[in-house]
Design a binder for this molecule. Structure first.
Ligand code: C2O
Ligand code: CU
Length: 560
């Protein structure tokens, strides 16, 4: 990470990344950079935030094609291509995994997705903003996988090489977050493809170790390009990736042992994000706020405070925090509880009733909300009670909070759906795995020299931070210092939480997790993790994406 790796002219060729500016000593951490498109005021605290135009809440309805993304549709099989090797990353590196054409088993579904600019309307009072969407969709098309049917997806980068907006770089890598996939298909941050290039991703869509408990439910896919992930995600590159199997069939009419969870139009992904706008309604991003970017307008599925028409019955909501750095604490305005059924990629073993839940960047919480007791015409709000004024950590609970989404109960509908007492049985839990543990590792997430380190070091693609043996469970402990909160994410495998702070595990720590909040207001954590089948290099990192881009990332290499 020392200066001198790259010729100085590299810096003048294009927009700078935060990482480069720091690396080259042009800024040291928090130095103001007036003259570039720095929005220093933004990071100085809430009082200096540009307010942006007034946006009346709950005027835009979430509808298919506007906020409710289309389901990705397979196309006729096509021959796969070798990986591109020539896309030059902001740090001068090129792809680490350059693999030949994928070996595609018969029955694989093929998809073709173009990353392209799209004029997006966040709210009727704002002008269209040019975002970057998978197939031009905000959020991206929802992928629906069936366990046992692999996917081969070609992502084509049709983003402009010279983008006038200046948020993001047209250098992309696709990570299916929560996915079980080989290293060359995991969106390793160096494995990018540039404007005009494409990369094929093969997803086997089977549970790790062949264990039914590892069947996935709600994954998501997003950009993961080295140094510029935060801006590229902020610009729009994110979508849902769902998985169904013989238990969670995706059809509420299926008899037991199928679970019968609410399905079809009653099963919706809701991605929460925050965005910042200038006085004219154009998107702002502060490239020089390394602490974690916060907006002051709240989006659900790309729309500012929309409403959703719902029927008097049960719904399954897959809540994803797709924000760069913001935490949320969610309640329903009528005091009604949520029935939580899943955390991150997996269904819980048993549903649990909670009055509120907290969700950090990249986490997912799946909940059932039953509107059957509501009156016709009633409006119920999904409310964020958590204040946050900087990227350091979430603040206090506030009342009444900010309503993010209005549920407008406006009709009746039959409800044959069920929420069984047992969802996904865990057959290989801590009781089985703990006696097998031989290795424990500790990772300390800290601030250093105005940037972010794990065990004192920035991400370096040439350094392996851990070398777990395939099929052997380990205990990983995450620590944090300095009063910061870090949402720690491990690729490839979800884990069991053993310890999280000082108190007893909360109900949502009982399930499997792939992202866990560590540090201020959460405490340290220890998790039990095992990697199956795939050997090679994967990253783990802070999912405050500004921290991630500032290289708060390490890698492990699964060995035989
Ligand atoms: Cu959601 Cu490494 O990412
Ligand atoms: Cu962090």
């Amino acid at each position: 990470m020392q200066p001198g790796n790259h010729p100085p002219e590299f810096l003048t060729a294009r927009k700078f990344t935060r990482r480069e500016l720091i690396k080259w000593g042009i800024v040291s951490g928090a130095t103001a950079m007036s003259g570039l498109r720095a929005l220093r005021a933004v990071a100085d605290g809430g009082s200096n935030l540009p307010a942006g135009p007034r946006t009346t809440p709950f005027v835009l309805e979430l509808l298919p094609g506007r906020g409710l993304p289309p389901t990705a549709q397979p196309i006729a099989p096509f021959p796969t291509l070798p990986d591109p090797a020539t896309c030059v990353n902001p740090d001068g590196s090129t792809a680490f995994h350059v693999h030949g054409p994928r070996v595609v088993p018969p029955g694989t579904e093929h998809y073709l997705i173009h990353e392209r600019p799209v004029a997006h309307v966040f709210h009727p009072t704002l002008p269209p903003n040019v975002l970057w969407g998978y197939d031009g969709q905000i959020p991206g098309p929802t992928f629906v996988a069936r366990s046992g049917t692999p996917h081969l997806i070609r992502f084509v980068n049709d983003l402009p090489a010279n983008d006038p907006v200046g948020i993001g770089l047209p250098i992309t890598a696709i990570h299916r977050h929560g996915g079980f996939q080989a290293p060359e298909n995991d969106g390793y941050p160096l494995d990018t493809f540039c404007s005009g290039q494409s990369r094929d991703y093969f997803y086997p869509n089977r549970p790790a170790g062949g264990l039914a408990q590892n069947e996935h439910s709600t994954q998501w896919y997003h950009d993961h390009s080295i140094d510029v992930t935060a801006e590229n995600v902020y610009r729009g590159l994110a979508g849902f990736y769902l998985n169904f199997d013989s238990l969670d069939t995706g059809n509420e009419l299926d008899p037991p042992p199928a679970l019968g969870l609410p399905s079809g139009e009653f099963d919706l992904g809701l991605v929460l994000q925050d965005r910042l706008f200038d006085a004219n309604g154009f998107l702002l991003y502060d490239s020089f706020d390394h602490n974690g970017f916060l907006g002051n307008k709240f989006l659900v599925n790309g729309l500012i405070q929309p409403f959703l028409s719902v029927a008097r019955r049960k719904y399954r909501f897959r809540v994803l925090n797709g924000s760069n750095a913001r935490f949320y604490d969610l309640v329903l305005s009528n005091g009604q509880p949520f029935i939580a059924i899943g955390t991150d990629s997996n269904l819980l073993e048993h549903p649990v009733t909670v009055n509120s839940f907290r969700i950090g960047p990249a986490e997912r919480v799946e909940v059932i909300v039953d509107f059957s007791q509501a009156a016709l015409g009633q409006k119920i709000y999904l409310v964020n009670r958590l204040e946050q004024t900087d990227g350091r950590k979430p603040g206090d609970l506030v009342s009444p909070g900010t309503p993010l989404l209005q549920f407008f109960v406006n009709r009746d509908a039959p409800d044959p759906s069920r929420v069984p007492d047992t969802l996904r049985p865990v057959t290989e839990g801590p009781g089985v795995l703990l006696p097998q543990v031989r290795i424990q590792r500790t990772f300390k997430f800290e601030r250093s020299r105005g940037a972010w380190v794990i065990n004192g070091e920035f991400f370096d693609e040439n350094r392996i931070n851990a070398d777990p043996q395939v099929g052997h469970p380990e205990i990983w402990t995450f620590q944090s210092g300095g009063g910061w909160t870090h949402p720690v994410h491990i690729h490839l495998s979800e884990f069991f939480v053993l310890l999280h702070g000082d108190s007893r595990l909360g109900p949502l720590d009982q399930g499997r997790k792939d992202t866990l909040n560590v540090g201020a207001s959460y405490g340290d954590a220890s998790v039990l993790i095992k990697f199956e089948e795939f050997l090679g290099r994967y990253v783990f990192h802070c999912h405050n994406i500004e921290h991630e881009d500032m290289r708060m990332m390490g890698q492990f290499e699964v060995r035989s």
